[in-house]
Design a protein around this ligand. Structure first.
Ligand SMILES: Nc1ncnc2c1ncn2[C@@H]1O[C@H](COP(=O)(O)OP(=O)(O)OP(=O)(O)O)[C@@H](O)[C@H]1O
Ligand SMILES: [Mg+2]
Length: 255
């Protein structure tokens, strides 16, 4: 058991989308997240795995309050609640156009500092440099445009932006899946180091059970909007309870 304090509890959270069927004009309900409950413990990495369309991104956007819930609730520790917008951050898959290619690294670093009033404008430069250095980027990058930096560098920049607010919980949605294998390894090592250094708690979303296994203290397996299995990583891998999980594990064993 992880005896650390519970930093977030999801209690029966649900979210449906409705799509129109053009011929009948009737709305069809997609239960993207269906009565999901789980806890996040302070300092852990919880890997959220499951096939495409199983509801992983929707669940994380609900947790971040980026979209409204239909029912259920998220409870956060008092410390997180006090400054929710700063305390819970997300790192997207930055390599796919999530960052404006015409902006400079400097402009993108200043954004979160401004929005969250992290420091005075006179300290923007120094704070940006410190954050870039923390993710292994040189301050020489400040005047580069996004279109002029590599996929791995974009991902590092995305991480630096998320760290600007000194978060407690970081949601990572497929942060390495668009990168070459060697760059994937570098970013994963960086994430591990940052977690230790800054005492972060991660919700790590991935299709890749191999990466999830390597990084996660616990795994949650999502299927059709529900968490069908959750537990310590090695218990899930060695003694999966659900057929679906068994199939997923077969897939990695073949790789
Ligand atoms: N804005 C939306 N409008 C309508 N349906 C949506 C919307 N966003 C997601 N969905 C549907 O909700 C379900 C869950 O989608 P979600 O993006 O959460 O899955 P996912 O597990 O993150 O998939 P992937 O691994 O491909 O990123 C899918 O059936 C998807 O088509
Ligand atoms: Mg997704």
């Amino acid at each position: 058991m992880n005896n650390n304090q519970v930093i977030m509890s999801a209690i029966n959270v649900s979210k449906s989308y409705y799509t129109k069927v053009s011929a009948l004009g009737k709305a069809v309900e997609i239960k993207a997240v269906n009565r999901v409950s789980f806890d996040l413990h302070e300092g852990e990495t919880l890997g959220l795995i499951g096939e495409s369309g199983s509801g992983k991104t929707t669940l994380s956007h609900l947790l971040l309050k980026l979209i409204p819930l239909d029912s259920g609730e998220f409870r956060f520790s008092e410390e997180v609640n006090l400054q929710f917008r700063k305390s819970v951050q997300i790192v997207f898959q930055y390599t796919y156009g999530a960052l404006d290619p015409l902006k400079t690294v400097r402009q993108l670093m200043i954004e979160p500092l401004k929005v969250h009033k992290i420091c005075n404008s006179s300290a923007y430069e120094q704070t940006s440099m410190t954050l870039l250095n923390r993710v292994g980027l040189s301050e020489k990058m400040l005047d580069r445009r996004i279109s002029e930096i590599s996929g791995g560098q974009k991902q590092r920049l995305g991480i630096a932006r998320a760290l600007a607010t000194n978060p407690k919980i970081v949601v990572l949605d497929e942060p390495v899946s668009a990168l070459d294998i060697s760059v994937q390894g570098q970013i994963i090592n960086l994430l591990q180091d940052l977690k230790k250094e800054l005492g972060l708690t991660y919700l790590f979303i991935t299709h890749d059970l191999k990466i999830a296994r390597h990084l996660s203290d616990r795994l949650a397996v999502m299927k059709d909007g529900a968490i069908i299995e959750i537990g310590k990583t090695e218990s899930i891998i060695n003694e999966p309870k659900a057929d679906y999980t068994r199939q997923l594990i077969k897939t990695i064993n073949r790789i």
